[in-house]
Design a protein around this ligand. Structure first.
Ligand code: ZN
Length: 383
């Protein structure tokens, strides 16, 4: 994840999570994936949206009516080249409509009546001539959602009912990520593989609702707040609000650290070599979300997009130091301080220039040879 993200974290006229006292979604332990959500949880969610003025019943009514109308089921088939070629232009619409009227009017996979589309039973890719797939006995009704989740790009593996575009709003309104970075991480652990730009677009809703009166959302104002840094038994580093109760499986590394500071650490890899990391606090994930069966530190991840050229799937890997790294020294660094590394026992100290860009890099060879390295800070702007 790029730490120099162009996205403005917080505008002055926007509410913070503390200011946003209205919960547009009920706090009901939904978890991150929806395989266990009940009809009554969905009902509570929609009622809450209406009661808090996010949408009204009239809009929902209009939306549902529009999605009940099977508007494309006939014409999309009748206009396809394969159908015209097989049945002749003049006959196609009649054949297609006879077929449409004979259907049950429900999605073949989930039974929904919403957003039905005509879909091939044997898909076009299975035919040498794709247009050969266009014959009326090879067509079935599927809702748009089921159509989308059949695509190979959809990798949530039955854990979720929502399409990615719906899940973006679900994550935003139900989990309420406090920063854009956490929003993206939530989307990634949810299973989304789309490019970041889709999340950037969706994040606009957070800005809009934070400016609503009363605020229906809150965006973290990192630069103006303080946090406790937690180190979990399994290695993850997260932040939480200052003075929150510390869970049993975590310990507090620092308390009341200003959001414009950064957290630097040296970590030993399995091969014994030392790597340097420096995370601006505003970039460290929060462990304050209710993620259901997932642990609160589940956002301590790194995401690698799929590489289609090389045929590699997306990868989610632990955010260091979680994974195979062991912290050997750590320090918090104020904006007017610089980071130095030296030996615990004697005075030689080396200033680290541009530590953020060295994230995850090995310390240079001269330093690697020393034992008992320790990070500290020195004041002053200059190097
Ligand atoms: Zn369906």
């Amino acid at each position: 994840m790029n730490r120099d993200h162009p996205i403005d974290p917080h505008f002055t006229d926007e509410a913070t999570p503390l200011d946003a006292t209205v919960d547009v979604a009920p706090v009901a332990g939904f978890g991150l994936h929806d395989s266990n959500w009940s009809e009554s949880q969905w009902q509570d969610l929609i009622i809450s949206f209406v009661e808090n003025g996010l949408v009204n019943w009239k809009e929902l009514g209009a939306l549902i009516l529009g999605h009940l109308n099977p508007s494309q089921t006939g014409t999309s088939l009748a206009s396809s080249d394969g159908f015209k070629r097989r049945y002749g232009k003049g006959n196609t619409m009649r054949i297609v409509m006879d077929w449409a009227y004979a259907q049950t009017g429900q999605c073949q996979d989930c039974g929904s009546r919403l957003e039905l589309q005509a879909d091939h039973i044997e898909s076009r890719e299975l035919f040498t001539d794709p247009l050969e797939a266009d014959y009326i006995e090879n067509i079935t009704l599927r809702c748009r959602r089921c159509n989308v989740v059949r695509r190979p790009s959809h990798e949530q593996g039955g854990k979720t009912f929502l399409t990615a575009e719906s899940a973006l709003m679900w994550i935003l309104l139900v989990i309420k990520p406090r920063t854009y970075f956490d929003f993206v991480r939530l989307c990634r652990i949810y299973g989304m593989t789309m490019a970041d730009i889709r999340m950037q677009e969706a994040w606009a809703m957070a800005h809009w609702l934070s400016r609503n009166d009363p605020p229906l959302y809150g965006i973290e104002n990192d630069e103006n707040a303080s946090y406790d840094l937690l180190h979990w038994q399994t290695g993850e580093i997260t932040r939480t609000d200052a003075c929150e109760t510390i869970p049993d499986n975590a310990k507090k590394l620092y308390e009341n650290v200003r959001g414009n500071y950064s957290f630097a650490f040296l970590a030993k890899a399995e091969d014994g070599r030392i790597k340097l990391f420096n995370y601006p606090l505003r970039w460290i994930p929060f462990s304050t979300y209710d993620l259901g069966e997932m642990p609160p530190y589940a956002l301590a991840i790194r995401y690698t997009p799929p590489n289609k050229k090389k045929g590699l799937a997306q990868r989610i890997t632990p955010l260091p130091p979680s994974g195979d790294l062991i912290i050997v020294s750590h320090v918090v660094v104020a904006p007017n301080e610089h980071l130095v590394v030296g030996n615990v026992n004697h005075g030689d100290k080396t200033t680290i220039k541009d530590p953020v860009n060295l994230n995850g890099k090995l310390l240079d060879r001269k330093l690697q040879k020393q034992h008992d390295l320790q990070l500290s800070v020195a004041s002053g702007e200059g190097y």
